[in-house]
Design a protein. Structure first.
Lengths: 258, 258, 258, 258
């Protein structure tokens, strides 16, 4: 576990963001950090991750911890969350992992991945895709929900996509995983909202670009600004308990409008 | 048109809220008023409406106009919006009308209406229900979208319910109208989002109570606080154009969780 | 009421098909006629309708009655069904009406209608579209369901389209009506399936052509054979009560695959 | 591979039914056998399976082959389908596997399984559930689709449930797997229907009983007759190519009517 500190020690609790690359995951982490949460960011590539942790800590003047996790591996998830839970009570879990395009190892859902013809997908690759999209969410949720139930509060947000609600030719592996994640999310909402745990599912429809605020910052005509998307994640977390959202879509200008 | 003023004259434009009773409609009006909009509230009962306008103007220190409208009647909608549009450019339309329970003439969706056995619904009553739920939304949208397209911005929010996404025994008239409204909303999103007009559909699942903040204020265990719901309406309006929500649900503790 | 007879008198009861042009409506009527039902076909143009009745009666060696109805008008529906019900118990109602493309006055859903820009739709035209798509279904169902409940059996099939499940730019009036019909259908299923009445909703996705069997018969690459579609209507009606279908899609090769 | 023969040798090709217990799987196998297909039935328990094969062969006067498969295991699927494909071209694949209730090892979806509280599900058990519900379908489809594409025809039917379209408290593992299967099914439909392969998804809502026709035969008030359900599987397979169904529900009297 690597720690990047910049700022005060008082914290509103831990926000764990799983599947963090330079776009959506980072923006969500930055938003929760800037709202006073101690943030734990998790993905497979610890090197990139710790760089991001440092940047976020500096920008948001917050504590940010970087932890390696392989979401496809239940044991790796358990070990990573031992680390996360040692930081304090996890108030928020954002599950944002999805197998990234081959040339982009950051575990962050950036752009629609390239199509995989069904007949060319190996069982191993299918299995891994399903594990990262859905099983990892299951494992991570099992780590944090017991504490949330005990405290009678907490938020779990799952990141879906247009492939969560409709199939696409050439995306059978992605749709399998994303549909599964949505089924998980609906079941958990019904099981745990009575216990005070807010479960939400965000449907990101279209590509996410670089943050407008960043140095490289340019959000092409077709891409969502990740900081804008993160505002909706924050909104969902901040909602009053009497009026919770379970599912909302977020459409970039390049949205499929499924 | 009745006007209640309390506060400054500078305005961010007009927010028109159609179907305003003491709960959701009022809360949405109050929220937009407090954010600097001049608010026009519309429903059938001008007397109750002008009382509400006065209250909201006082609380939010804003200009609030009350206009009578019968949403089932295209001509009445056109005339009412002549009044609304004379106030300035309509930046936001919230369509919140739904035929209220018989004992509650305020045109605001408060609580699940009582069931109507299908065979007992008269053609006239069915027709009126469909007109208020869906045709009125169509008429109102036609009044404000041309200006929004011209300015390349604007927000239209339609209020749906669990009856928008699934049928219920004893609610055939309600489901007809609410499904229709959702179809309208999806079509308008695809037709006008490219022109810069944000079209959104909120699915209110469960009953809405009195605002917690009000004198009578008590939100029973099962009811949503209308001010909390209004926060999500505001959030949708305030979203960055690169990351718009088209549909979100809002679940009160008594949600059916359809 | 016009009657075309060709064949025996023994009948399994009445099948009423509302919204009958040369394609889907005719094919459904032909199928039920050939299975031993006395068929009543209804649409606005009695001249075309009686020609069709004659053709169907001859082909299927059955009794076929033609009755004029304007589905948008509750009184017209009531009067037409007085005629239908005088023929015997209505065992099947197929509601197939939809406002046809302007150049095709037969009341049968043939091809995707041309787009109507939202801002160009007059209130009257919108109102009529909604009335034909949804209110007419409501009125017709009210005429036949009481008898079905009394006998503890009967089938009501509503014809939807891809516009029943998703909005399309330029089809706001169609989607409004078709969504409404689906809401009606789901509500009626929940209200009346316990009473033994089978309510089903067919989602026709794509265009329907001429029957392959007909003289003009050619089903282009992209069009469904209406006789093939009618087989699925028949299948739904013939299902065992313990295993009823409420909704199925039927996709022509030109399907949008929504 | 065990073979039970009773009747003629001429066959319309192979129908492979995966996940066969005494109810739905058997009924589907029986139906396709009686329509002239050589049937291969597959599940984990070869002993029970070969008994069923014998019964079905006798009843339907057909060739029925029993093959052991563990759907969770890609290699086991590949080996089993080497056997299946050696019998001839697979015209139909019905994927019906779902992890059965603990006391019922037959791999056939019979009754709603008992709830599993989310926090009590072990990673291994979750993984297995997802593998049987979704990955097995993926593996099996990969075995038969290449031949179907080559011949330009074939049918693949996946068996879903109400847990395919909505989450339920206590069924997070089931919903994960069943949602995934539906995503797979929609993707494959879009990818392979243009190539002439019919992909369909059946939503079985409610419990399936013993066949009415059987010795033990009694379909309680709440259960679907599996032979009736199998009629709809057959109907889907028999549909004309211009009018294919991708998804239909089948509701037993105990349906949740989701």
């Amino acid at each position: 576990m690597l720690r990047s500190v910049s700022g005060s020690n008082s914290s509103r609790g831990i926000a764990a963001v799983v599947g963090v690359g330079p776009r959506l995951g980072s923006a969500v982490a930055r938003k929760f950090a800037s709202e006073g949460y101690t943030v734990a960011i998790l993905s497979r590539d610890l090197e990139k991750l710790s760089q991001l942790a440092e940047e976020i800590a500096k920008e948001a003047k917050a504590q940010v911890f970087a932890l390696r996790v392989d979401c496809a591996d239940a044991r790796s998830v358990r070990e990573a969350f031992e680390g996360v839970l040692s930081l304090g009570p996890v108030e928020v879990l954002v599950y944002n992992a999805g197998e990234p395009p081959a040339d982009d190892g950051d575990g962050d859902a950036i752009a629609p991945p390239r199509p995989n013809p069904f007949l060319a997908i190996s069982p191993d690759s299918f299995h891994r895709s399903l594990a990262v999209s859905a099983a990892g969410a299951f494992y991570c949720a099992q780590q944090v929900i017991p504490g949330m139930v005990e405290r009678g509060r907490g938020t779990v947000i799952f990141t879906g996509s247009s492939a969560s609600v409709t199939g696409f030719a050439g995306y059978s592996d992605l749709s399998c995983g994303k549909f599964a994640l949505r089924g998980l999310s609906q079941s958990l909402a019904k099981e745990f909202q009575p216990a005070g745990v807010h479960i939400a599912h965000m449907i990101i429809d279209g590509a996410i670009g670089e943050p407008r605020s960043s140095a490289r910052g340019r959000c092409g005509g077709g891409e969502a600004d990740p900081d804008a998307v993160a505002q909706s994640y924050w909104h969902v977390h901040a909602q009053d308990k009497s009026a919770w959202t379970h599912e909302m879509d977020i459409r970039s200008p390049s949205s499929t409008m499924y």
